[in-house]
Structures are given as structure tokens and as C-alpha cells.
Write a protein of this length. Structure first.
Length: 141
């Protein structure tokens, strides 16, 4: 398999990755919250995976997010594409002085990420998200 990496182009790629998320029974991540640093991985000229990285602006930590693969490409092809994309992004952010990359994955992907240099943290934690705007807050006092 021949792999190539290209930078995510919202105009050309967002509809495609939205369809991939939908095919995996996931909601599409809104374009407005996707980080600027995103990549598309191709295998033998065909787009097969996408992922993005948030870069923290205060310390050398970044967050790999929203990885998605083309539906029905097969487990081995998907794993190879994800590994190539992660490797590219790890090298890229290292050049920007980011020394730690964090990732949240479903259990099925944990083995893949352990195989490419990640270690598990406290499995008792639950990752949650909330809006920061006071107008949007639903907190009752």
C-alpha cells in the first residue's frame, strides 16, 4: 500500500468526512469546531482516513481528535492509514515543540494506539464537554 498525507481542505473534504461519520453512526463534527490542523490519508490514491489535532497554546500538549476512516475499507487498511496519519502528525507537532499528544479512543482502537506508542491513562475518567458561554449555560443554581 502506498500512503500519502494531505492537509484537510474544508471546501473539498468536509462533505466526504461527514458522510464517513454518518456511515459509522456518528454525528458529523461541526466544521466550526474542527481544528485548523487536520489531515486526509490516502491509500493507493484513494482517501481513506482523516484526523485532526488541537494545539494547546500554553504548554507543549496537543490533542488528537475526531479520527474517522472511510467505511468498509477493512480493518487492516484502516489501521495502516490511521498509523500513517498519526505518525505524520506526531512528527509535525514535534517540530512545533509539542512533546505530548493525547488521544481519546473507543476501546476497539486502544490496541492500535498502544502499538504506535501511546499508553493508557486513568480508565476511570469520563471525558465530557460543555459550552463556556454564559448565555448558553444550562447550570441551575
Amino acid at each position: 500500500m502506498t500512503h500519502e498525507i494531505r492537509i484537510f481542505d474544508a471546501d473539498a473534504d468536509y462533505e466526504m468526512v461527514s458522510e464517513w461519520w454518518g456511515a459509522h453512526k456518528r454525528e458529523a463534527v461541526p466544521l466550526a469546531i474542527l481544528p485548523k490542523l487536520g489531515v486526509i490519508v490516502t491509500q493507493d490514491g484513494k482517501d481513506v482516513a482523516a484526523m485532526w489535532v488541537y494545539l494547546d497554546n500554553s504548554v507543549g500538549v496537543c490533542f488528537l481528535e475526531y479520527g474517522v476512516a472511510r467505511p468498509k475499507i477493512g480493518l487492516m487498511r484502516m489501521r495502516a492509514a490511521m498509523a500513517v496519519g498519526v505518525d505524520f502528525l506526531k512528527r509535525h507537532v514535534a517540530e512545533l515543540d509539542y512533546g505530548v499528544m493525547l488521544v481519546r479512543v473507543v476501546p476497539a482502537f486502544a490496541r492500535l494506539f498502544k502499538g504506535i506508542g501511546f499508553s493508557s491513562g486513568d480508565s476511570g475518567l469520563v471525558c465530557m464537554a460543555g459550552l463556556t458561554s454564559a448565555k448558553e449555560s444550562r447550570v441551575k443554581t
